[in-house]
Design a protein around this ligand. Structure first.
Ligand code: TIU
Length: 228
């Protein structure tokens, strides 16, 4: 299948183009999602994020089966912390902060167990992983160049958290000319009210930053799709 197909979405159907689309999975990292990780250490309810694992797993399986491209991101920093803004390090006035020893290694440091992607959604060989020092996936990364080289103009966006790294990335992508479809059941926030508003802010005003849809509609569309 290489034809453009409309997918049910808000504020209006999304013209899904298999020749120019990628799945972008944001920060499904152990430290944000696993019990005992950094997120839970800060007092957050990780079950709010863990409900996205199974829908993401199903979407990723269908996406791979259709031969469509996948990009994964991870938020984190160099072990020497030279890419960690001092403001980010001290924000929150927490006794334990980024770079310190945490429950799953040094917090949000590349190469540490907690920084890695959860096993359920682990990148397959050939799927790029973008290590990003900020909330947005375009800031200080080569994501835009990689997407341009592949002719990608549409992003189906999933991951965590809805109002932080997902929203920041969608806004960055929108300003760079990408059409983003955010998958409601595959994005999560520790805070239910931010989940609701984070999605509303994307699709308001005629889709000011993009579209919001669900994984079942996308899976139905791409079933059997192949670029090969
Ligand atoms: N990936 C991402 O959203 N990073 C965060 O720090 N999120 C919070 O909600 N704190």
């Amino acid at each position: 299948m290489n034809t453009i197909t409309e997918i049910a979405a808000e504020p209006y159907p999304y013209a899904f183009d298999p020749a120019h689309v990628a799945l972008l999975i944001i920060d499904m990292q152990r430290d944000f999602l696993e019990p005992g990780g950094f997120g839970e250490m800060l007092g957050n309810d990780v079950s709010q994020l863990r409900r996205t694992i199974e829908p993401n797993r199903r979407l990723l399986a269908a996406w791979r089966a259709a031969g469509l491209p996948v990009f994964h991101t991870r938020e984190g920093h160099r072990p020497d912390l030279f890419d960690l803004p001092p403001a980010k390090k001290i924000r929150g006035r927490s006794a334990t902060c980024i770079g310190d020893p945490g429950p799953m290694g040094r917090i949000l440091v590349r190469g540490e167990p907690g920084h890695d992607i959860i096993p359920e959604l682990y990148p397959a060989p050939g799927e790029p992983v973008i290590d990003k020092p900020g909330k947005g996936a375009f800031f200080a990364t080569d994501l835009h160049a990689m997407l341009e080289h592949r002719g990608i103009k549409q992003l189906v966006v999933t991951g965590v958290t809805t109002e932080v790294c997902v929203n920041t990335t969608v806004r960055e992508a929108n300003d760079r000319g990408y059409d983003c479809l955010v998958v409601e059941d595959c994005v999560g926030s520790y805070f239910p009210e931010f989940q609701a508003m984070g999605l509303k802010m994307i699709k308001a005003q005629g889709g000011i930053f993009g579209w919001v849809g669900d994984s079942a509609s996308i899976i139905k569309t791409i079933a059997g799709a192949s670029r090969a």
